[in-house]
Write a protein that binds this ligand. Structure first.
Ligand SMILES: Nc1nc2c(c(=O)[nH]1)N[C@H]1C(S)=C(S)[C@@H](COP(=O)(O)O)O[C@H]1N2
Ligand SMILES: [Mo]
Length: 247
């Protein structure tokens, strides 16, 4: 009986999420960003409001042709395996030394089945490849081809709970970012393991980085270690940049 109940609940959660889609999830009907009211983050309200009211929820960012791919800097990036830097991660160093064969991605929080995915398991999901423009807050942009698993598929696989509203990403270099469920379920939001037809190189975030094509470049966290789904907004620290920067 108890077990039946559990299965029914899980099935309901999982089918509910797939059937209704991200647009119907509670967090997605909000028109104000979770940072609303924070005086340092007033800019969030503008692009968030504009995107959430003016654009259809899941409109696609522009995709490009192969011939339009440009050189792609990895500016400001420190390899988390660089022992001379404050962002050094012993774990990342160790995992990288065996080609990330022992790496796994942990997905936790408001999910029915928290679990870890090996790289090969993530590569086993249906893949998506997209050629998009990355725009950095520092004023440069570049076009690259990204291949990965849609984040929506991974979230559905762990069965996110109906109370879930945000997805938080933690990287080996200490970098943190969060997005709401509308962006998390956006078809172009992928966990990328490939870049320009090759394995994602270390400077660009190996073995897995996020691509959030609807927002500015710094949302696309590299070197991802852990994903935590939450019901509430978690302020991952004011780095001086807005939480929501739609492009
Ligand atoms: N883990 C991690 N992710 C990160 C960053 C970082 O320093 N660490 N920098 C961000 C910024 S500001 C940009 S512009 C892009 C750069 O991606 P690229 O190295 O592929 O050009 O990564 C974003 N993701
Ligand atoms: Mo950036």
């Amino acid at each position: 009986m108890k077990q039946n109940k559990l299965i029914t609940r899980r099935t309901a959660i999982i089918t509910g999420v797939s059937a209704l889609g991200a647009l119907m999830l509670p967090g997605c009907t909000r028109k104000l960003p979770p940072t609303y009211g924070n005086i340092l983050r007033m800019g969030d309200a503008f692009t968030y409001l504009a995107h959430r009211t003016l654009l259809p929820g899941q409109s696609l960012a522009k995709e490009y042709q192969h011939g339009e791919i440009t050189s792609f800097p990895a500016i400001g990036t420190v390899n988390p395996a660089d022992v001379s830097k404050p962002t050094y991660s012993e774990a990342y160093d160790r995992l990288g030394s065996t080609g990330f064969s022992k790496w796994s991605l942990s997905i936790e929080g408001s999910v029915a089945t928290p679990r870890k995915f090996a790289l090969a398991q993530l590569q086993g999901f249906p893949a998506r490849t997209q050629i998009t423009r990355h725009t950095c807050e520092e004023g440069w942009s570049a076009i690259g081809e990204w291949t990965g698993v849609p984040l929506s598929l991974v979230l559905k696989a762990v069965g996110i709970l109906p109370s879930a509203r945000f997805v938080n990403f933690y990287a080996y270099d200490g970098y943190m970012e969060s997005i709401d469920l509308l962006d998390a379920f956006h078809p172009q939001t992928i966990l990328a393991y490939g870049m320009n037809g090759r394995n994602l190189p270390i400077p660009h975030g190996a073995p897995i980085r996020l691509r959030v094509e609807t927002q500015i470049g710094y949302k696309s966290a590299k070197f991802i270690e852990r994903i935590v789904v939450t019901d509430e907004f978690v302020n991952l620290g004011d780095n001086g940049w807005a939480w929501y920067v739609g492009i």
